[in-house]
Design a protein around this ligand. Structure first.
Ligand SMILES: Cc1cc2nc3c(=O)[nH]c(=O)nc-3n(C[C@H](O)[C@H](O)[C@H](O)COP(=O)(O)OP(=O)(O)OC[C@H]3O[C@@H](n4cnc5c(N)ncnc54)[C@H](O)[C@@H]3O)c2cc1C
Length: 320
């Protein structure tokens, strides 16, 4: 769908150098692949975001919101409509006493998960260390119910504030959020919002007073283990597949299927951690999204044939 010329003019006037047209998504995702977004917008303030959502709705244009792009595989054909990136705005993190040694920390969606962990450690607040080493933003982490063996967002999240596609801002308490493995959903209104999802603006996290030095020591140990186990310096989107509900984890199944190190052109199953697909970019070339998808299919087929288990991608595959 081509952008309406009047809408394009409005975007240029309103967002100036914060809007780019036909912008390759490869530069905005940790996988370093992906075709162009019709328009890529970096709003700087909440008012900009609300206006953008309202105008998009009035013009019947779909939008996709992203944070750090660390859990995304954008197809080579790119994304139609508007990509709204929150990684450069909504970054504030604040805390207020909530009684009984608990503290409510509010982190806006564009803050890095890393910054939230750092804030918690610096202020002697226990609860966030499970998410150490998870790249990306708080908004993305909430949406993905991101987690590790030590816990996930559902363990600490108390409520979220979301911007509905109608332009209304709504608070949703944890008892009204359905958390599941690497996903969250909430009420009917959100589910039936016409294909365009609500945007998480901030999350409130209930943390507990603790000792900053102890938290720091624990953090260092967690990060050390992660670095050893994961190919953190390669281009990837983290674990590619969800772990099956029971039995062996996805990485172990892939390894048992003999696929560790398997390559399709420049897409490769990591030798270090078989649930990571990495893009072996060098100065002259890299994988395409199609290469990664081909490798994904091969892994799914082989694992299904050998173990009768259908691996589901954890990575969000987006684009036309
Ligand atoms: C090296 C590496 C290690 C990783 N390790 C882990 C790990 O240990 N555990 C884990 O769970 N994940 C891990 N990941 C995956 C990823 O980092 C997390 O899922 C992360 O929380 C995604 O955040 P993001 O801001 O990059 O989201 P994005 O990738 O930008 O978006 C992810 C999804 O959330 C949606 N979204 C983003 N922001 C918002 C918002 N504000 N409102 C509504 N929807 C939004 C997007 O539309 C998309 O569907 C890893 C990734 C890498 C590259």
């Amino acid at each position: 769908m081509a952008l309406d010329p009047d809408f394009k003019k409005w975007l240029e006037k309103r967002f100036k150098n914060k809007v780019k047209f036909n912008e390759s998504m490869a530069g905005h995702t940790s996988f370093r692949v992906g075709g162009p977004a019709d328009a890529y917008v970096l709003p700087e303030r909440l008012e900009d975001l609300v206006e953008l959502v309202n105008r998009s709705r009035q013009n019947g244009l779909p939008y996709t919101v992203i944070g750090g792009g660390t859990n995304l595989l954008v197809k080579d054909s790119g994304i139609r409509g508007i990509v709204i990136c929150l990684a450069k705005c909504l970054k504030k993190i604040t805390a207020k006493n909530a009684g009984n040694r608990s503290v409510m920390v509010t982190a806006m969606a564009g803050a890095r998960t890393k910054a939230l962990c750092r804030f918690a450690i610096d202020n002697g607040l226990k609860g966030m260390n499970f998410s150490l080493g998870i790249p990306g933003t708080v908004g993305g982490a909430i949406m993905m119910n991101a987690g590790t063996v030590y816990g996930s967002m559902d363990g600490v999240l108390d409520s979220i504030n979301v911007l509905m596609p109608t332009g209304r801002i709504k608070k949703i308490k944890r008892e009204n959020i359905d958390f599941s493995y690497r996903s969250v959903t909430w009420d009917e209104e959100s589910r039936n919002s016409g294909g365009t999802s609500p945007i998480i603006l901030e999350g409130c996290f209930r943390l507990y007073a603790s000792d900053s030095t102890e938290l720091k020591t624990e953090a260092e140990a967690i990060l050390k283990i992660r670095k050893k186990r994961q190919p953190t310096s390669s281009y990837s989107a983290g674990c590619f597949f969800k772990n099956p509900e029971s039995g062996k984890p996805a990485g172990q199944l892939i390894e048992m299927a003999g696929l560790k190190g398997k390559k399709i052109r420049r897409a490769q199953v990591s030798r270090q951690h078989a649930n990571f697909i990495i893009n072996r970019v060098d100065s002259s070339s890299g994988a395409t999204a199609a290469d990664i998808l081909e490798l994904m299919n091969m892994v799914q087929e082989r694992v299904s044939k050998m173990f009768d288990i259908k691996l589901e991608p954890e990575v969000k595959i987006v684009g036309t």
